[in-house]
Ligand binder design. Structure first.
Ligand SMILES: [Zn+2]
Ligand SMILES: [Zn+2]
Length: 61
């Protein structure tokens, strides 16, 4: 089976797909509820755009 194993996450801020070569992107659990995995692309990270957790409404940089 050669199904594509890599599912591209999308950025929590701008909803763009994160490609494997986007080396500046980060992936982390919500520091407040720990339930949601947030993804930020290198662009949003550089711009320091805030994200909002859909589960607990935590807003973080
Ligand atoms: Zn983004
Ligand atoms: Zn949360």
């Amino acid at each position: 089976m050669s199904d594509k194993a890599y599912s591209m996450p999308s950025c929590s801020c701008c909803f763009r797909k994160i490609t494997p070569d986007d080396v500046g992107s980060v992936k982390f659990r919500c520091p407040s509820c720990g339930d949601v995995v947030h993804v930020r692309c290198s662009f949003c990270r550089k711009k320091e755009i805030n994200y909002t957790c859909p589960a607990c409404s935590f807003v973080g940089p």
